[in-house]
Every structure is written in structure tokens, then in C-alpha cells.
Ligand binder design. Structure first.
Ligand SMILES: Cc1cc2nc3c(=O)[nH]c(=O)nc-3n(C[C@H](O)[C@H](O)[C@H](O)COP(=O)(O)OP(=O)(O)OC[C@H]3O[C@@H](n4cnc5c(N)ncnc54)[C@H](O)[C@@H]3O)c2cc1C
Length: 397
């Protein structure tokens, strides 16, 4: 249907979310994925209340997803340093018990794919480039096929080819940290909160989650690393050596994790933020637009929000009409670009604050965190103030 056609590159959380939102808004959507099967990265993920509310609006079953009440930053021995300040009435209105929920990535995919119209995803289609005129975009794939569309959306992740074609090459820079993601089946006492603990060099965080009806924890370990640092041979011994002395339940969580199937490691990269995303008949979203340090625990969440706002601002538009199309894309960008750039900058700052300072400064940082409420307030504000405003706006629609 001319005027209604949208091609999305990439079937990650962003691309799938955009497929759901834009098809529900009446568009004729195709998602092109380079892999032969649509599979998530390993391990678990945290979504905040906004993501949960949006998924629910789309008909994704999230009713049994467990929300921990309050995120807290603690010292490695359990001393509480930061309690997040949350608007409880907003959370009530959103129908959630807490700000963030843990869930397995595989389960998020499975549940989103259930509401995605059948046949929308074309696997084995690697985007190579696109050619545009006033009227249409022709997308070219590595397998020799082409596809004609009114709007092209690049949701192809941190190494986005669509972004590169639109805005040129930008270097993927090393953020200075590695993140390990693990999960385990374990019942435990501390199941009300998401806890993020630090000693002078390392972070260990954990969140309760329910997976296949069983009480589990997802956890993550963050450390400073060089760009070329290899994964150690005995991964569990390596992690235990660094955070095995952290307060309960961390030793139990480590003891219950199978390092061969429940532990994954990433060396984290970022790109300098863009000042614009959309050009002509194409735009970008998710990690393609704003690759996010895991310190935010919000990259997938933001890609779901991007999808929601793309659909909101494009709904009812005739995409053949370049002016109408660009008006919608401009509104999408105005809503999302500044917010996501601020969020990614804050997450990068926190990574450097906790893992990039030389030892004397790290010592002073910890004294400050232990003896003053000021840094805690800044951390809580940076994580939740504007994110809660996004939720408020969505609930008021
Ligand atoms: C260690 C770690 C922990 C994280 N924890 C959280 C968390 O707790 N909460 C949270 O919200 N986020 C978290 N994130 C971030 C989150 O994983 C990403 O932000 C999210 O996956 C981005 O989704 P996306 O769809 O934009 O991109 P991606 O997930 O990267 O998906 C891109 C898709 O595009 C496909 N593709 C790429 N190139 C092409 C091409 N040329 N042609 C066709 N297809 C292509 C890929 O195969 C892939 O399927 C974490 C990230 C890491 C690394």
C-alpha cells in the first residue's frame, strides 16, 4: 500500500517493538534481519515501568512480570548509599509495584513476537544500502534482493549501517568497562529491591526475577578493562576473586550460577551522540541512534519508547507525502533526541565515576558517597527524574 509502507532494518528489541507499534498504527511493515533466526543476546534484562506500560498497551503479556520496589546503591558490605526517589502515585497509576522489573531477554522476545503479525520478519536479509528519490526508498540487501518502501527505519544496533549511510562513519569507542551478565535460580530474602553494590573498583548488581514460574536472580558485574582484554579461562574463579567478599546474597548467587550457560561478558563500546537522526525518507532508533552503556540499564527500554513515539507521531500520515512524513519524523526526534542523549551521557559518566578514577580520587569518591546525601540525590535524579516524566506523559495520553 503506497503511502503506508515502512521497512525496518534489524529485529532486536527496537525493531520488533517498532513492528508492533507501527502495524498497530495502521502501517504496512516489514522487518529485515540479517541473522537466520531472531534470537536475543544471552541473559536477563531490566525494564523500567515505562517499558512495561508500553508493552501492556500493545497487548504484550507482562502481568506476571515482577517489579522490584526500589533500586538502591549500596557499599559492598551492605551499607545503603542511595535510595532512589520515586513518585509512588505515578507507579500506582502505571499499575506497577516498583520502578524496574527483571526479565529474561528470551522471554521478552517471545512475548513481543506473540503480538507481532505473522510473516512480518524477513530473516537472512543484510541491509547494504538504500537509494532514495522524492517518492520512494529502494533498500538493497546482500542477498541481491531489493525492497521498495516509503520510510526506512534503521534499528540495526550499535554498528548500524543505516546510521553510517545517513550520517557518515563514527568510531565505536571503548568505554573502559566490561560487563558480565549472569542469572541463577535461587530463592532468597532480598527480593524487594534491585541492589547495586560497589567496592572501590567493582560493581555487583542483582535483581529478582521470575523465570518459568521459578524465583531467580539476574546479576551483573562491572569492572574496568582495556579494549583488548581477553576473557579469563576460569570465569567464575575470576569473578569470585573480585566480588566474592561482597555481602549476602552475592556469594550464594555466584555459587548457584552455571558459568557455562548462565554467564555472558561484553566489553562496552559507545559512539558520540548525533545532533540529528532523520534525513529524507529514513531515520534511526534504538542503539543505532543512541547506543547506551549498560550502566543505564535502559537501552532496550529506550528502544521500546522510540517505537512508541514513532508510531504516535506517524499515525494517520500519508508517507508518500514527504512533508507529512518529515513532520512526523521531526516530532519523533524532538521528543527523543535530547532525552536519550542526556541519558546515555549520564550512564557514561557513571561508568567513569565508578571505574575510571585513579585510586586517590576513588577513595575520596567513596568517602563522599558514605558521608553525604548529595551524590546520592544526584544519582537518583539522573536515573529517574526525566524517565519518570516520560512515563507521566505516556500515562496522560
Ligand atoms: C551487558 C549489557 C547489559 C544490558 N542491560 C540492559 C538492561 O538491563 N536494560 C535495557 O533496557 N538495556 C540493556 N542493555 C542494552 C540493550 O541490550 C540494547 O540497548 C538493545 O539491545 C538495543 O536494541 P536494538 O534493537 O536497538 O539493537 P540490537 O539489540 O543490537 O538489535 C539490532 C538487530 O539488527 C540486526 N542487524 C544488524 N545489522 C544489520 C544489517 N546490516 N541488516 C539487517 N539486520 C541487521 C542484528 O542482527 C540485531 O538483530 C544492555 C546491553 C549490554 C551489552
Amino acid at each position: 500500500m503506497k503511502g503506508k509502507r515502512i521497512a525496518i532494518i534489524g529485529a532486536g528489541p527496537g525493531g520488533i517493538a517498532a513492528g508492533i507499534a507501527l502495524s498497530q498504527a495502521g502501517f504496512d511493515v516489514k522487518i529485515f534481519e540479517k541473522s537466520s533466526v531472531v534470537t536475543p543476546l544471552g541473559g536477563a534484562i531490566i525494564l523500567n515501568a515505562t517499558g512495561i506500560v508500553i508493552l501492556r498497551k500493545w497487548g504484550v503479556d507482562v502481568n506476571d512480570i515482577f517489579a522490584a520496589r526500589e533500586p538502591q546503591f549500596r557499599r559492598h558490605d551492605g551499607h545503603v548509599r542511595v535510595k532512589f526517589e520515586l513518585d509512588k502515585s505515578l507507579l500506582d497509576k502505571a499499575g506497577v509495584t516498583g520502578w524496574q522489573s527483571g526479565m529474561m531477554r528470551a522471554e521478552l522476545y517471545e512475548r513481543m513476537l506473540k503480538v507481532l503479525p505473522e510473516g512480518m520478519i524477513e530473516t537472512n536479509h543484510t541491509y547494504v544500502n538504500h537509494v532514495e528519490n522524492d517518492d520512494i526508498v529502494q533498500v538493497n540487501f546482500a542477498n541481491g534482493e531489493t525492497y521498495e518502501t516509503d520510510l526506512l527505519i534503521g534499528s540495526d544496533g550499535i554498528n548500524s549501517e543505516v546510521r553510517q549511510q545517513l550520517w557518515g562513519y563514527s568510531e565505536a569507542k571503548h568505554l573502559g568497562i566490561a560487563v558480565w551478565l549472569g542469572w541463577c535460580e535461587l530463592d532468597g530474602s532480598d527480593r524487594n529491591n534491585i541492589i547495586i553494590m560497589h567496592d572501590r573498583k567493582h560493581q555487583f548488581g542483582f535483581a529478582p526475577l521470575i523465570y518459568k514460574g521459578k524465583n531467580c536472580y539476574e546479576w551483573w558485574f562491572v569492572e574496568k578493562c582495556t579494549e583488548t582484554q581477553e576473557k579469563p579461562d576460569d570465569v567464575m574463579a575470576y569473578v569470585k576473586e573480585r566480588v566474592g567478599h561482597f555481602a549476602d546474597p552475592i556469594p550464594k548467587i555466584l555459587a548457584h550460577t552455571d558459568p557455562n550457560h548462565q554467564l555472558f561478558r561484553w566489553v562496552v563500546k559507545y559512539r558520540e551522540p548525533l545532533k540529528k537522526w532523520s534525513k529524507g525518507r529514513a531515520t534511526i532508533m534504538g542503539d543505532a541512534a543512541h547506543p547506551t552503556s549498560p550502566y543505564a540499564a535502559y537501552g532496550a527500554g529506550m528502544s521500546i519508547e522510540d517505537a512508541f513515539f514513532l508510531a504516535k507521531f506517524l499515525k494517520g500520515k500519508n508517507l508518500s507525502d514527504l512533508n507529512e512524513l518529515q513532520e512526523g519524523l521531526q516530532k519523533y526526534e524532538s521528543e527523543r533526541l535530547t532525552f536519550t542523549n542526556k541519558t546515555t551521557a549520564f550512564a557514561r559518566f557513571l561508568g567513569k565515576f565508578y571505574h575510571g578514577l585513579p585510586q586517590p580520587l576513588a577513595y575520596m569518591r567513596d568517602k563522599f558517597l558514605d558521608n553525604s546525601s548529595i551524590p546520592g540525590k544526584g544519582i537518583s535524579k539522573g536515573y529517574t527524574d526525566e524517565a519518570q516524566s516520560v512515563l507521566k506523559g505516556i500515562l496522560e495520553e
